[in-house]
Ligand binder design. Sequence first.
Ligand code: GLV
Ligand code: MG
Length: 313
Amino acid sequence: MSFTQYKPVATRLQRSELAVPGSNPSMIDKAAASAADFVFLDLEDAVAPNDKEPARRNVIQALNDIDWKGKGKTVSIRINGLDTHYMYRDVVDIVEQAGSRLDTILVPKVGTPHDLTMVEALVTQIEEARRLPNRIGIEALIETALGMANVEEIARQTHTRRLEALHFGVADFAASRRSRTVVIGGLNPDYPGDQWHAAIDRMVTACRAFGLRAIDGPFGDFNDPDGYVAAARRAAVLGCEGKWAIHPSQIAMANDVFSPPPAEVERAKRILVALEQAAAEGRGAAQLDGRMIDAASARMAQNVVTVADAIAA
Ligand code: GLV
Ligand code: MG
């Protein structure tokens, strides 16, 4: 019914997500020492076909050897797509050999909900067979025209509560749609506005309807910090919780954009106090700094406070 509310499947701090090729062990070590909230070890597009198997072995070793949790990192792997013969071994080898160290699996080029059913079935069997103490989350990259056409159905995978986030993969999305791009995630001056707006907006709504986090993907020009910050701000305004960093220099910018500024947190707390007082006096609405606030303001304020608390934790 319309009052159904899907609670967040899993809350994780994901302001910055550093993408690291699994084929490069020294970059993996640096990623673990970085300030990123999240790191994904890539087996997919940043790894050449000849490196796929060594990369898988590196990733297993890095998961087992590095104390990711101790370094405050959530660690993920991006497996190869279901349309490749690498994908099943990515899941089987890594989850069997390092599953207890893995937080989430990022599935690229998800086009239909069935793609996730397949990954989930494999993960569930391995978790049971190996009696893993943790439950590995699943995240899906929406980066094809088909995935975007089905994004609500994909987000609706709510029965197992394992899918926890959708990511917008602007590079493959542009390729799939044949959009005219200038730089990955940047704006084409031929378009009067933000050509990615409709896609990110649709994905965010699908996420929030079903309790998922919404994450914005890459910005390709790491020599353009202003362009990165502008893209991150656009995504944050729409409701994304974080953005990829394809270069370490982008981590601090993402952490900054996706952290509520102290003045905003302060105001959110004052809104909550003012509304509590109003409620104690039998009123639903109140005034703060000359503006009307009500129960919806309290929900928005609570979002800000929740994020600030997670950052402080
Ligand atoms: C990410 O994988 C993208 O295609 O943008
Ligand atoms: Mg991609």
